[in-house]
Design a protein around this ligand. Structure first.
Ligand code: FES
Length: 177
């Protein structure tokens, strides 16, 4: 008798156990789904922020650095301008410059300021006709090629044009040769 009662109690408990385990599984899946949704909702802006530059077109714009009459043939002079591709909140960091040399009536060469080693601004030495980097001693010839390392590459150049009597440089976020 005792055995049959135990058997009956055991049989009655089985469906309850199954019901509980089914509910637990459902709640577990619900928790995973909710967690996944929250993760996706929180992660999308971060992913968008990281991937956005890859889908943006490189902005290239012409900026004026002064009238042609400002430049004397053969001289290399420092010009400054505000990078039009910089973000609105860039502030002072949007101000940049270039070394511009007039090589003919309407022919100009413009070098970026930054050393190809680690980006320090180079300076032009008219007496030696060399660009010198104060940070680690790189030296560049007048045409921007490397005279002494550790600079790995020549100085990069801007494209230059004369438009409406103004010398204009083509800017871009990261100038490349
Ligand atoms: S940054 Fe110019 S030599 Fe290092």
């Amino acid at each position: 008798m005792k055995n049959s009662n135990e058997n009956m109690a055991g049989q009655a408990g089985e469906p309850k156990k199954e019901k509980n385990s089914g509910r637990r599984r459902f709640l577990g899946l619900l928790g995973i789904a909710a967690g996944s949704l929250i993760t996706i909702a929180m992660g999308l802006p971060v992913i968008g922020y990281i991937l956005e530059p890859a889908f943006q077109k490189m902005q290239r714009q012409w900026v004026s650095v002064g009238p042609v009459s400002r430049f004397t043939a053969g001289d290399t002079v420092l010009v400054s301008f505000t990078d039009p591709s910089a973000t609105a909140w860039a502030g002072e960091t949007a101000k940049t410059g270039a070394w511009v040399r007039r090589v003919g009536d309407t022919d100009f060469i413009a070098f970026v300021l930054n050393c190809s080693h680690l980006g320090c601004p180079v300076r032009w030495e008219p007496s030696s006709k060399l660009f010198m980097c104060p940070c680690h001693g790189s030296v560049y010839y007048a045409d921007g090629t490397v005279a002494a390392g550790p600079a790995p590459f020549p100085l990069q150049r801007f494209q230059v044009r004369v438009s409406g009597g103004q010398v204009e440089l083509q800017t871009r976020p990261i100038p490349v040769a």
